[in-house]
Design a protein around this ligand. Sequence first.
Ligand code: C5P
Length: 403
Amino acid sequence: MNALSGRKVVVGICGGIAAYKAAGVVSQLVQRGADVRVVMTRAAREFIAPLTLEALTRRPVLIDLFRDEPLGHVELAYWAELVVVMPATYDIIGRIASGLADEYLTALVAATRAPVLVVPAMEAQMYENPIFQRNKRELEALGYRFVEPEIGRLASGREGIGRFPAEDKIVAEVERILTEGSRLRGLRVLITAGPTRERLDPMRCITNRSSGKMGYALAEAARDMGAHVRLISGPTPLTPPAGVDLIRVESAEEMRRAVLEHAPDCDWVLMAAAVADWRPKRPLAHKESKLSAETLTLELERTPDILKELGEALKGERKRPLLVGFAAETGDLVEKARQKLEQKGLDAIVANDLSQEGAGPEVDTNAVTLIFKDGRVEALPLMPKRELAREILKRLADRLDRA
Ligand code: C5P
């Protein structure tokens, strides 16, 4: 058995000279036991015959959205565990990034929830074109994975970036994504995200700068790794990842109730929410007019510490979920986080270094240090929150498996 055995991969071949090399990759995937279905764009057929791919996969190649089996692209979109687009041309990347679904491959990519791996190959001047780079960045931000092209001799005979990568590199990336895709298979993961909002009067509230991006990225990554995800979210304008069970809450108290209700059925609880520490002791029933007083004194009280309460409630339970906290700190990061881990009875804590440029709330990047109950410490460098989410989950799975 290897990582590819029986795995369902759709390969979309596009109209670039490297289409013949993509056939080599398909052959490798088939030889390693993957169940490969090939979709070709119209342009791809100018470069290589469908028969080549049919012979390699022993399956019909799909081409025509209207003539091939009706709704076949939708069925294939559900069937796929991974979609590989190669060679991905300037044009196909532009079409996918624009949301077009104008032929079999683009319609299938639009309809799938499987990860999509894009392998661009083109002339350097097209690759470096700012429109292409913008499309690539946008797709990356949406979770599309890319294998970077190589620098070398291009179809025009010129040297530059844009060469189709070596077969082995692509096959390794396919294996990596598929292995990662089942890393949390069957686990029930509860994730909290975003700020909480504590009511002062019917109009005003106390909240914080948390955007929810880290928690939402974790929810998406956990889903992609095969987990059943329940996301308990404070107020944020973010779109929840598809396929995730979303519970919206406002205040710390509402979040507390939702977490205490759902956590006992879960295998992991990741508390990425920035729960407000204080709330108005006596919220006002009516909006306080600014004309009624020059100053207003607020009395605040502590909110419940959800994680701590959960840790205590589950103490001694035979089957207790793993509890993971998140701590945003400045200075003495590891020590402060370690104290929280102990106080709250956690299995691990993810400490966020707020003093580092590019890390923290609102931005799309973050740098964290993972601290485990057994004292192990693992620092992860600054990276996009999406990528970081995958790295955090992988490390938690590795360590906690062994615990
Ligand atoms: O104590 P501090 O807020 O720094 O701890 C952070 C961790 O505790 C986070 O995982 C956060 O979601 C959780 N927390 C909580 N209830 C609170 C405050 C924080 O569960 N009232």
